[in-house]
Design a protein around this ligand. Structure first.
Ligand code: NOJ
Length: 987
């Protein structure tokens, strides 16, 4: 959201303005409007035009090159033929699991480059591994290996400096292969400009582009003679004073074996990133990473959005590798698929900071998830309620309104877990201070909501109304924890409250102060203002919005880059990290406010690597259009593969009024996002799902109930993400890394490994094509159990998708736990029985898992949990054995990071006892083609005969590309408990 220079009094007027305009592109820079990006691209085009004559002026000096005795770290000096007196350090660390970390910095520069991105992002200093090093005449080489024993080599050629990673005898990542490495050294404004070619060659006819012989090369040959933007830059009426001058960093990274690159969110773009350079480029601008509040963003664009994760996956059927380019500064990335040769080439240009680059060897997508998670941490396991449905709008206007909304959900038999309050709850947008005319007794309101076993969320933004009467602002000022202008004075920007100051979460003194603001009273004695939040309860959770930060009157709707943070760092150095630190402190605040602690829930708009540890994010102010509904899918898939597991888009679209059909379809999409929230702009008409007419209302109710029925699946997947970083929703390339046809698919995806969905995002659609990738399993439609069999080369099926149908399938070979009793909210499901859907593979096998805990506390870290593994396997010629076993003892140390249950877990733990009585009420077996004669359970020594019903299907099972009704076996009330071991035999 953006408003420029609009006085407070006009804000309400603004809300009447129709919101149908497209993005205001002129508010945001193109590469050509950004000095360092322009210089970076110019460097690339000089290199391209010089062709084979181009070589990098950077080389690694052999003199003084050392490897430590453990074989973990190489240190050396880099020299550059430009300005030879400027020196650089190069450090290469061998990390565990075959990773390498490459760092480069200027030595004894006039100023210091920012080197703290890793400190904020990583969970700790990465564990060093060790390699075998070999020094040769032309290169030094390290040989290391992944956890699984795959050999990974790193070759570092001295001159020109070129670093390459090799796996299985093939080059997988190349740094500076195109010679675009350039670290602009710190210089003085009065230094003479780089000599031009003309001056150096004294009248020689050569032009810069014709690549003079190395001995004659002036600096301008490489740096350009005319490139500007070194010392100050103006854009949109704002001037960046650039006191440190140029310090950008350019690096080409090539993936010689890759066919696709993924990642680097946040962009409204396809999953397989389209190229930005000829030939056949879809975009002409590079992908930009610069956390921005983009009003009415485009649905297909490399423009920057609210968050940045500089992590890229490069994939082909030969394997997946990744690079994490840890910079907190604005970054632009060109992507090209070169015409000749193979692979994908990329060019990264970042405005400031050291080079801190991690090379991740994969070689599978799943291995990459673990490697990235080991660096930046796993996503937090949320409370169960947070996976339920969230109802938001800007704004629910009063306590009465809030309670009314609850009631109407109940009347409409629609489940709901959380009701949200946007900025209007806060008196004059002073967060923590309620507008008592509309919310006279906030605690009573929250308690009223909590009585129905629901929660609330209120927004708390990072801008602080600049008035001495606002205690939060006053305290921040007293503690001197506000962001400063370049001249050292307090920075003032414009946001919802009008003139605002911004707390600096890089400042350690801000941390305990901020967390203290959320301290709860005991409900009897008032917490003194400033010592906690009296008008709050443990059932109120937090939304951190506008944390890019959004500044309505700032350059590109954010903060000037020459603003100053703690430690004297400029905002330009830390811009992309800023929002994460705000969410981090809020999330710690919510963890600290109760004893024993409950898991926090904080939604943030801005993010950075590591944000996954602090809560959910959403894709900001999307538009109520079919295009935006569609692009939400690749956006979430991309976020998932880059570590952000808890994500969603505003259901219904933030702007505009969706038609009932669009809104209905959007709910059918939203139920497959881990974070599922309806939200809308203040101008829009009310659109709570209970307001829909029939048939839409019933269709949305069904969708909501499907979401709740699948909560055991979602929770189990969030648990998996919290130990391994594997995303809950998975694109095709993750499940089938060798099946090329699926590499660019992003309009259908898997929920875990067990279900496939193709959400309908086309207006008026009555049928949909679904791609089935594999041969050796069946797919079963979730509602009618229609059974499909694809083929190894991939099969497209057409399925009916009228408004009331979601193309959702069980994938053969998997067992899916569901809870089918409709409830008002998640806590009411705590003791509900389960249905297990056993979807058999062509080999008559299936497996699945279920993770459960109390859904709110941290007791799971002490072993209070239930984690089951289900298996179905062939028994006899036509029969089946289905078992339930404890999964924990088998995986005591599966965690990459986080909870180690060894020595703590016991099958009879307090939580397991609490749900002892919870049973499996039904088992549905799909694809068992022969009629059973007996079904019984084996419970220890006891044999219990079970009732069952088998219906013959019509599917010709042996044949490929077949479709027909599946045979269905229903075992009613098998009398088995969810926490215990059991076996069911079908004969
Ligand atoms: C911008 C957010 O993106 C939007 O969701 C919210 O409603 C407005 N800010 C008002 O707080």
């Amino acid at each position: 959201m953006k408003l420029s220079l609009i006085p407070l009094a006009l804000l309400s007027l603004f809300s009447l303005i129709p919101t149908t305009a497209a993005v205001k592109s002129h508010d945001f820079k193109t590469c050509a409007q950004s000095g360092f990006c322009r210089r970076g691209r110019a460097l690339a085009s000089r290199a391209a035009q010089a062709g084979a004559d181009w070589d990098s002026p950077y080389s690694l000096l052999q003199e003084g090159l050392e490897v430590d005795s453990a074989g973990s770290t190489l240190r050396g000096r880099v020299q550059r033929s430009l300005y030879p007196h400027i020196k650089f350090s190069l450090q290469v660390d061998v990390l565990k699991d075959g990773l390498f970390r490459v760092r480069m910095d200027e030595v004894d520069g006039l100023k210091k480059r920012y080197d703290e991105a890793a400190k904020w992002s990583l969970v700790g200093e990465p564990e060093l591994g060790s390699a075998k090093w070999e020094k040769g005449h032309k290169q030094v080489m390290a040989v290391s290996s992944t956890k699984d024993g795959e050999k990974v080599e790193l070759q570092i050629e001295y001159s020109p400096l070129r670093i390459s990673m090799w796996q299985g005898g093939k080059e997988t990542i190349t740094l500076n292969g195109r010679g675009l490495l350039h670290m602009e050294h710190f210089r003085l404004k009065e230094d003479p400009p780089a000599p031009t070619v003309e001056a150096a060659a004294e009248g020689d006819e050569q032009t810069v582009l014709e690549a003079p012989a190395p001995a004659e090369r002036p600096s301008a040959w490489f740096e350009g003679a005319d490139e500007d933007g070194y010392w100050s830059e103006s854009f949109g009426g704002h001037t960046d004073s650039k006191p440190k001058g140029p310090e950008s960093l350019s690096l080409d990274i090539t993936f010689p074996r890759a066919q696709h690159v993924y990642g680097i969110p946040e962009h409204a773009a396809p999953l397989s990133l389209p190229t930005t350079q000829p030939p056949d480029n879809r975009y002409s601008e590079p992908y930009r990473l610069y956390n921005l509040d983009v009003f009415e963003y485009l649905a297909d664009s490399p423009m920057a959005l609210y968050g940045s994760i500089p992590l890229m996956h490069a994939h082909s059927k030969d394997g997946t590798v990744g690079v994490l380019f840890l910079t907190g500064a604005e970054t632009w990335i060109d992507v090209a698929r070169p015409e000749k040769g193979e692979g994908m080439s990329t060019h990264w240009v970042t405005e400031s900071g050291i080079l801190d680059l991690f090379l991740l060897p994969g070689p599978s997508p799943n291995a990459l998830f673990k490697q990235y998670t080991a660096l930046t941490g796993p996503s937090a396991l949320p409370q169960l309620f947070a996976l339920g449905y969230h109802q938001s709008r800007w704004n629910y206007i009063s306590s009465k309104d809030v309670l009314d909304v609850q009631r109407r959900f109940d009347d409409a038999l629609m489940p709901l877990d959380v009701t949200w309050l946007d900025v209007e709850y806060a008196n004059q947008k002073q967060y923590f201070v309620w507008d008592k005319s509309n919310f006279p007794d906030p605690r009573a309101m929250i308690d009223g909501v909590a009585e129905a076993k629901r929660k609330m969320v209120a927004i708390v933004d990072p801008h602080l109304k600049k008035t001495p009467g606002y205690f939060v602002y006053k305290q921040a000022q007293e503690r001197d924890v506000l962001i400063k202008k370049s001249n050292g004075q307090e920075y003032e920007g414009w946001c919802w409250p009008g003139a605002s100051a911004y707390a600096d979460f890089f400042h350690p003194d801000s941390w305990t102060w901020w967390r203290g603001l959320f301290r709860l009273g005991d409900g009897k004695e008032e917490v003194k203002e400033g010592e906690g939040w009296n008008d709050s309860t443990k059932d109120l959770f937090i939304w951190n919005d506008m944390n890019e930060p959004s500044v309505f009157n700032g350059p590109e709707i954010t903060m000037p880059k020459d603003n100053i943070h703690h430690g004297g760092w400029e905002h330009r150095d830390v811009h992309n990290i800023n929002g994460m630190l705000f969410q981090k402190q809020t999330s710690l605040a919510l963890t600290e406010r109760e004893t024993p602690a409950k898991r926090p829930f904080v939604l943030s708009r801005s993010f950075y690597p590591g944000s996954q540890k602090y809560g959910a994010i959403w894709t900001g102010d999307n538009d109520g259009t079919w295009e935006h509904m569609k692009v939400g899918l690749p956006m979430m898939l991309t976020l998932g593969v880059t570590g952000m597991s808890f994500t969603g888009a505003d259901v219904g679209g933030f702007f505009r009024n969706p038609s009932p059909e669009m809104l209905t379809r959007w709910y059918q999409v939203g139920i497959f996002a881990t974070f599922f929230r309806g939200h809308a702009h203040i101008d829009t008409k009310r659109r709570e799902p209970y307001l829909l007419e029939e048939p839409y209302k019933s269709v949305v109710r069904d969708a909501l109930q499907l979401r709740y029925a699948m909560l055991p699946v979602w929770y189990t997947l969030m648990h998996e993400a919290s130990i391994s970083g594997t995303p809950p929703i998975r694109p095709h390339y993750v499940l089938f890394p060798k099946e090329e046809q699926g590499f660019a698919i992003d309009d259908q995806f898997y929920i875990g490994d067990a279900m496939l969905v193709k959400p309908v995002t086309d207006e008026g659609a009555t049928e949909t094509t679904v791609y089935l990738p594999e041969d050796q399993v069946y797919y079963y439609s979730y509602d009618e159990y229609t059974m499909y069999r694809g083929s190894a080369s991939g099969t497209h099926i057409t399925v009916a998708s009228p408004l009331d149908k979601i193309p959702l399938f069980y994938r053969g070979g998997h067992i899916v736990p569901l809870r089918l009793r409709p409830r008002r909210s998640t806590p009411l499901m705590a003791h509900d029985p389960f249905t297990l859907v056993v979807a058999l593979s062509t080999k008559r096998t299936a497996e699945g898992e279920l993770y459960l805990d109390d859904g709110e506390s941290f007791a799971f870290q002490e072993g209070d949990l239930v984690w089951r593994e289900f298996k179905a396997s062939k028994a006899g010629k036509k029969g089946l054995k289905i078992t339930s076993q404890d999964k924990v003892p088998k995986h005591p140390t599966e965690a990459v990071y986080g909870v180690d249950l060894s020595g703590k877990y016991q099958q009879q733990n307090a939580y397991a006892k609490d749900i002892e009585g919870v049973r499996v009420e039904r088992i549905v077996v799909l694809g068992l083609s022969a009629a059973p004669t007996n079904v019984h359970a084996v419970l220890g020594d006891e044999r219990v005969e079970l009732q069952f019903k088998w219906t013959k299907g019509s599917h010709a099972e042996g044949r490929k590309n077949q479709e027909g009704a599946a045979s269905v076996l229903i075992i009613k009330d098998p009398g088995v408990s969810i926490t215990k071991d059991w076996e069911i035999v079908v004969e």
